[in-house]
Design a protein around this ligand. Structure first.
Ligand SMILES: Nc1nc2c(c(=O)[nH]1)N[C@H]1C(S)=C(S)[C@@H](COP(=O)(O)OP(=O)(O)OC[C@H]3O[C@@H](n4cnc5c(=O)[nH]c(N)nc54)[C@H](O)[C@@H]3O)O[C@H]1N2
Ligand SMILES: Nc1nc2c(c(=O)[nH]1)N[C@H]1C(S)=C(S)[C@@H](COP(=O)(O)OP(=O)(O)OC[C@H]3O[C@@H](n4cnc5c(=O)[nH]c(N)nc54)[C@H](O)[C@@H]3O)O[C@H]1N2
Ligand code: SF4
Ligand SMILES: [Mo]
Length: 762
């Protein structure tokens, strides 16, 4: 493969920033985290604005943190209900710097593409709608009316509505998301790919058929009531920092914790809670009782070995299994044939370690299993998560306090967006309800998910791409291919708050539509509006921005969707788009008529703290066709590494939110001021005749194809042999579009087969 070019291929520039290494940390948070939060917020937003933004963060009636989807306590919120990374998200959004039309006049699109993702984020907030027309080199201002007209004309000129794709990133509010899917379906397609397709889709695919709901079943308060918490493939210290408070409380109440992770992540080891004086002074709580340094994608082998031991010990909840489940006989029979040799090879663990874990599981009746991307982004991800379900069902550990399944969601409203109908495969009941309430026939054929959307753009079957938030180019796999796909579009549109790479690798015509962030006051017809979101535990609550908008020209996402719908559909349906955007209560009123669990939405969401959505399994009811939870038989990983190959996971640093790069450090892992690194085991480095600090190129291998990412510095790290780690999105160029999880079609961002070789300037 030839060298890649940021301007054409959408890859970040291959420049080093100056690596500094310190030993990995063995505790998370504490005083440094507080100092970092304040430095970030005051540095970007200024002291007054920054403090104002933070005082309403995660408070009842305030702003729901726009970062992750971890829930807030139902009761007793402290004055500082946020974490370092929540503060970074706020600082990033309340940035006092501005990108004006003058900026785009000065910098061509090609120049901007040559800058790093970090630099893009440092330029400040977008302020006006911008357009680049066919063969243009620079973005130019465009009025909102002209922008909507341009999109409407393109959409209405397509031979079929399925020639357009409508992406959503998980920060969009319930109101914006509901209106968006309504518009897209009224327009005539289910082409609603979203970030969830790359994230927890595997969890939904695993949970819906087995327990009858595609979401988690625990509440925050369950953590304190649990005897055992299993955390698989998740780095909460960085990605869900306030989960550490819940783990700390659980520990203090006597729970044990098992962490399954190739890396000894600081947040899994010890937590110094900055909300308590002791935590600030450096006194922490040890969290994990059993740390299992598993090989990448060895989880299914680990879980199946545990299941085998549970059967052998007869440590199963027979009464629960008989009453509530089906399919155990087949599981028992298949698992009996599991080979320990395969288990030990795939997990890289010892038999004793696995037996210790099984022992703790066998002894506990109230078990919570938490997981995130370390489980969901593999070929056999859905099967692995179904094995998590198998363990929970064997122990009867669901439908009672302190027990259950806890997929920990990513984006702050990704779960709510799906509830609102952002789904390329909408269930029939949802479409029927839309028809009943809005009087049109929604399309029933399935639309494109993210991977299918990329393929469809590449084959020019799709000609228009619209992104409600997110950074499609950088978040998706196979960067060079995806860049080519976006470039083939007639029109690409990005609704954004800051500059990102998806603005710079674009269709023949492209629009940037700048919108309000969640911290900003949203006035419609002079009346302040609020939006609502659903967190990882199914709590729906309000969020109301209080800050002055970054520019008077910004529109809310809801207003953008409403005006786009009006421009495109005119008065084709009796849907009062304008009325919706004037008063969000009207949208919520309609949501309550379409989606179960939202009765009296407007009233109940105004109660401080919001309300829980119904959750069958939480109450012991499995809404599967016959009312039983299902045991399933699942495959092990079929990845066989050839000599010299390693399996690579692409992970987040402590200084990023997905493709948004706040800074260049990965503080807890001791990797500073550099993102172009590859973490390898010392033995693997030596075996290849390489040395720590050397620069390598990484080649991925897939079905005879090779993809290359250039210039990464070797960092020796405590990671199992044959495993490597790099940061996303720099290495997305290595992930083949075809390499996806079975059933969920999620890109396998955590299982990339690679080799490394000394970098050569060719
Ligand atoms: N600050 C911050 N917060 C975030 C985000 C962010 O980027 N920054 N992103 C948000 C989003 S959208 C999401 S989805 C979540 C992501 O949250 P995480 O899933 O925690 O994020 P990743 O960095 O992808 O980390 C995956 C973890 O799984 C481990 N892992 C990787 N492969 C395997 C495996 O095969 N088996 C096991 N057992 N472990 C494995 C890695 O070592 C790492 O600790 O965080 C959300 N919150
Ligand atoms: N290799 C690899 N790839 C991955 C992953 C991985 O672990 N490894 N993780 C995957 C996962 S879990 C996810 S969720 C996806 C994330 O995919 P996306 O959700 O598409 O990406 P983000 O980086 O979260 O989006 C950032 C952009 O959102 C815009 N934005 C921020 N706030 C707002 C807002 O309030 N409104 C609007 N309209 N725009 C806003 C900003 O302009 C910003 O540039 O990436 C996936 N890609
Ligand atoms: S844990 Fe997540 S939601 Fe809570 S403050 Fe931190 S980043 Fe925000
Ligand atoms: Mo995610």
């Amino acid at each position: 493969m030839a060298d890649t070019n940021p301007t054409i291929d959408g890859v970040p520039p291959e420049e080093f920033t100056g690596l500094k290494l310190t030993p990995p940390k063995t505790a998370a948070a504490g005083f440094t985290a507080v100092v970092k939060s304040m430095k970030e917020v005051w540095g970007k937003a200024g002291i007054l604005r920054g403090t104002k933004a933070l005082t309403v963060l995660n408070q009842k009636g305030g702003v729901d943190c726009p970062s992750c989807a971890w829930p807030d306590p139902d009761e007793h919120r402290s004055f500082a209900e946020f974490c370092e990374n929540g503060a970074k998200a706020i600082a990033w959004e309340t940035d006092s710097r501005r990108i004006t039309p003058e900026f785009f006049k000065q910098h061509s699109i090609a120049d901007l593409a040559a800058q790093s993702d970090y630099w893009h984020g440092q330029q400040g907030r977008l302020t006006e709608p911008m357009v680049v027309r066919v063969d243009g080199t620079h973005y130019e201002p465009i009025s909102w009316d002209d922008a909507f007209q341009l999109i409407a004309t393109e959409l209405n000129s397509l031979a079929s509505p399925s020639e357009a794709d409508f992406y959503t990133s998980g920060r969009a509010s319930n109101e914006a998301a509901f209106l968006y899917q309504l518009f897209v379906r009224a327009y005539g397609t289910n082409n609603l790919p979203d970030c969830s397709n790359m994230c927890h889709e595997s969890s939904g695919s695993a949970l819906s058929p087995t327990v009858g709901i595609g979401k988690g079943t625990v509440k925050l308060e369950d953590f304190e009531k649990s005897e055992l918490i299993l955390i698989l493939g998740q780095n909460p210290g960085t990605n869900h920092p306030r989960m550490l408070s819940a783990l700390q409380k659980a520990k203090k109440a006597g729970a044990k914790i098992i962490a399954v992770n190739p890396l000894p992540e600081a947040g899994l080891l010890n937590f110094r809670n900055p909300q308590y004086p002791g935590g600030m002074l450096g006194f922490g709580t040890d969290l994990t009782d059993l740390m299992l340094p598993i090989r990448i994608n060895g989880d299914s082998a680990f879980l199946q070995a545990v299941i085998k031991i549970l059967f052998e010990k007869n440590a199963i909840d027979t009464a629960f299994i008989e009453e509530k489940t089906e399919g155990i006989a087949e599981l028992r029979e298949t698992i009996a044939g599991l080979s320990w040799d395969v288990v030990l090879e795939q997990t890289g663990l010892s038999r004793e370690q696995i037996e210790q874990a099984a022992d703790l599981i066998a002894k506990s009746e109230r078990i919570i299993t938490c997981w995130a991307m370390g489980l969901t982004q593999h070929k056999n991800a859905v099967g692995t998560i179904r094995d998590v379900v198998n363990i929970i069902l064997l122990r009867g550990s669901i439908g009672k306090p302190g027990a259950g399944l806890c997929p920990v969601r990513g984006h702050s409203n990704v779960q709510g967006d799906r509830t609102m109908g952002i789904w390329e495969k909408p269930p029939a009941w949802f479409l029927e309800n839309l028809k009943k309430v809005f009087g049109f026939d929604p399309p029933t054929h399935h639309g494109h998910d993210t991977v299918e959307a990329i393929r469809a753009m590449h084959s020019e079957e799709v000609k228009v791409f619209i992104g409600l938030g997110g950074n499609f180019l950088s978040a998706t796999p196979d960067t060079v291919y995806t860049a080519a796909a976006l470039r083939k579009c007639r029109l690409t549109v990005q609704v954004s708050i800051k500059l990102n790479r998806s603005h710079l690798v674009h269709g023949q015509t492209a629009l940037i539509l700048p919108c309000l962030g969640r911290t900003e006051e949203d006035l419609q017809g002079g009346e302040p509006q609020f939006v609502t979101t659903e967190n990882s535990m199914g709590v729906v609550q309000m969020s109301q921005g209080k800050m002055r908008p970054a520019s008077p020209q910004l529109l809310s996402e809801t207003a953008i969707v409403a005006r786009l719908a009006k421009a495109t559909l005119g008065s084709k349906f009796t849907i009062d788009w304008e009325g919706f955007s004037q008063n969000y209560d009207r949208i919520r009123e309609l949501i309550s008529r379409v989606i179960p669990g939202f009765d009296n939405y407007n009233e109940r969401v105004r109660i401080p703290g919001g309300f829980y959505l119904p959750n069958g399994p939480r109450d012991g009811n499995f809404k599967t066709p016959n009312g039983k939870a299902k045991f399933t038989v699942n495959p092990l990983s079929d990845i066989r590494l050839e000599p010299g190959q390693m399996l690579m996971m692409t992970i987040r640093t402590h200084d990023q939110f997905n493709t948004t790069i706040y800074g260049l450090d990965d503080r807890y892992r001791g990797i500073k001021h550099e993102r172009r690194v590859i973490l390898m085991n010392k033995a693997d480095v030596a075996e290849r005749g390489l040395k720590a600090g050397e620069i390598v190129d990484i080649t991925s291998h897939w079905a005879g194809q090779q993809r290359v990412a250039h210039k990464f510095i070797i960092v020796e790290y405590p990671i199992p042999t044959k495993c490597a780690a790099t940061y996303f999105p720099e290495t997305n160029v290595l992930i083949p579009l075809e390499s996806v999880a079975d059933t969920s079609n999620t890109p396998t961002s955590k299982s990339v087969v690679i080799t490394v070789s000394r970098h050569s300037e060719s």
